[in-house]
Design a protein around this ligand. Structure first.
Ligand SMILES: *[C@@H]1O[C@H](CO)[C@@H](O)[C@H](O)[C@H]1NC(C)=O
Ligand SMILES: *[C@@H]1O[C@H](CO)[C@@H](O)[C@H](O)[C@H]1NC(C)=O
Length: 542
């Protein structure tokens, strides 16, 4: 038994190594460009193409991208909250290995452990121009900031757009108040160690390692992202340099800041349409530069934040009914399908067959090995990876993805990082259930399940009725799942490359352009520092 087990692990590692080392040849030596677009808190059902019967028209550009590319219908964010999901996407490893199991705060001192190797770092070494636009949320101080983790260029917000005040707050529940009005010449630093939209620290906009605006004007962010993204695409093309553009949108996270004069009753739809136009602009810039050599991969970081009611997205058919019928929400922060099954489209004209869809079981962790494989880059062999190279699914019609995929707890009650749920084929087993706060405030409690609850997602995507434990089907599946879960836990427990994240906080760690001013406001008297279209530097982060 012990020998067989070791052999199994070894062969698993070898296979993983082979997959990662495979170099895909594609028409000469020209390296492909990569655009990874990560939406925030978007629901599987928000993509029109995922629910054609609903006859909505919120995402025409993404629908077109799906028609010219591939829709991945069983694609999962690696976690159901922000920081762990992003850490796993950039490292190809579960949070239990990369150390990031829950969110960082405004006052976090550290971030993604420095022992972790990131996707942009590896591509940068191979001559790629690496740019990031948008929400980072993997540590904003010193060595943890994006430009020190592999990005040549960065423009964006260091964490979520509700973690800091703005002068004109967008739509949130409860509604955020505006920042305290500026009182120049009054020295009064107010820093809250707390996250959330009531943080007294103004939301900063950061370029490279400088705060260029604070508080950020949320309502012009989309335009800033759009012009930076199109500029990056065009200038990389002019230099003839392959590039990685990681665009981590503020959409669809609250506070929503849709175009002015949007119908109050349709704020979410208006924001979704705005996001879709931004994606369309990026696609168009790419199509007009290096169309046939650019892969665009659109996905989400986790499911909708149900607690935000009308400002939350749609889980589509993945309603987590077992949970909702017992109280609590079943989307973001949970391991119910609505928490991590995310709308995903891959587009690469001439390479990815047009108008196709795949139900291969895939994860955001697969972005790392897949892009490296397409670029002909081998990741360091001193660590273990959990993502798989999905090249054959994207390019060659392969329908199989992960044999087993684990969904970690990253928000609801219980230990962060706990492997609550295992997926294999059409079956999903819950060892622990737990709910996040629903619209209306219900929360549901954490519950251990021994024997586990097992759902057949093919016939019961809404996870309503678990299989009868007496059936042979249940017993066979439960045995396979339990064995695999124990193997993975053993493997992680014995993994020498596991990193530990430092989650300690200190009020002084909050990004602040000028501690002498209310809400860390860049001095309005110094016009060069505030809302300057030229982005003159206010303050350099140490
Ligand atoms: C950021 O870096 C780019 C070069 O990559 C440079 O052109 C730009 O001026 C920098 N911005 C700031 C605010 O330092
Ligand atoms: C894409 O496929 C769908 C059905 O699978 C079909 O109705 C539609 O016409 C196709 N679109 C194009 C542009 O071929």
């Amino acid at each position: 038994m012990a020998v067989g087990f070791t052999l199994f692990l070894l062969s698993g590692m070898l296979m993983c190594g082979l997959l990662l080392h495979k170099v895909t040849q594609h028409g000469g030596s020209k390296k492909p460009n990569f655009i990874v677009i990560l939406a925030d808190d978007i629901g599987w059902g928000d993509l029109d193409a995922n629910q054609p019967d609903e006859k909505r028209n919120n995402t025409p550009h993404l629908n077109l991208m799906a028609e010219q590319g591939q829709r991945l219908t069983d694609f999962h964010s690696p976690a159901s909250t922000c920081s762990p999901s992003r850490a796993a996407i950039l490292t190809g490893r579960y949070g239990l290995r990369n150390g990031v199991t829950h969110n960082f705060a405004v006052s976090s001192l550290a971030g993604l452990p420095l022992s972790e190797v990131t996707l942009p770092q590896l591509l940068q070494k191979e001559g790629y121009y690496t740019a990031m636009i948008g929400k980072w949320h993997l540590g904003h101080n010193g060595p943890y900031a994006p430009t020190n983790r592999g990005f040549d260029y960065y423009l964006g917000i260091p964490y979520s757009n509700d973690m800091g005040c703005t002068d004109i707050p967008g739509y949130n529940l409860p509604q955020c108040p505006p920042c305290e009005s500026p009182e120049p010449h009054v020295t009064r630093l107010k820093r809250s160690a707390r996250g959330g939209c009531y943080s007294k620290v103004g939301l900063p906009l950061i370029e490279n390692s400088s705060i260029v605006q604070q508080p950020l004007d949320l309502w012009t962010l989309t335009e800033q992202y759009k012009s930076a993204a199109t500029r990056i695409i065009r200038s990389a093309r002019e230099r003839g340099q392959p590039y990685l553009l990681y665009l981590a949108l503020a959409h669809m996270h609250v506070p929503l800041a849709p175009p002015l004069h949007s119908d109050e009753g349709r704020v979410y739809a208006a924001s979704l349409q705005e996001m879709d136009r931004l994606v369309g602009a990026v696609k168009s810039a790419s199509d007009h530069t290096d169309r046939d050599n650019t892969l665009i991969w659109f996905t989400g970081d986790n499911g909708p934040w149900e607690q935000k009611c009308q400002y939350a997205g749609s889980v589509g058919p993945f309603m987590g009914k077992w949970q909702t019928s017992r109280g609590g929400g079943s989307a973001k922060r949970t391991t119910w399908e609505g928490g991590h099954r995310v709308p995903t489209v891959a587009y690469w004209p001439g390479r990815i067959p047009a108008n196709t869809s795949s139900s291969a079981l895939l994860s955001g962790m697969d972005v790392f090995p897949t892009l490296l494989s397409l670029a002909g880059v081998t990741p360091p062999s001193d660590r273990r990876y959990d993502g798989i190279d999905a090249t054959d699914v994207l390019l060659h019609g392969e329908q199989t993805g992960h044999e087993f995929l684990f969904h970690p707890n990253s928000g609801a009650a219980g230990e962060f990082g706990d492997l609550q749920t295992v997926r294999s084929g059409k079956h999903k087993a819950f060892y622990i259930t737990g709910a996040a706060e629903a619209c209306g405030g219900a929360t549901g409690r954490e519950q251990l399940h021994d024997p586990p609850l097992i759902f057949d997602l093919e016939v019961d995507g809404s996870e309503e009725t678990p299989l009868d434990t007496e059936t042979l089907e249940y017993q066979a599946v439960a045995q396979r799942m339990a064995r695999r879960r124990e193997e993975l836990l053993w493997d992680i427990a014995n993994d020498k490359s596991v990193s530990a994240a430092d989650y300690s906080t200190d009020a002084s760690a909050a990004p602040c352009c000028d501690p002498e001013h209310t809400v860390c406001r860049c001095d309005p008297e110094h016009t060069a520092c505030h809302c300057d279209p030229e982005h003159t530097v206010c303050h350099t982060l140490s």
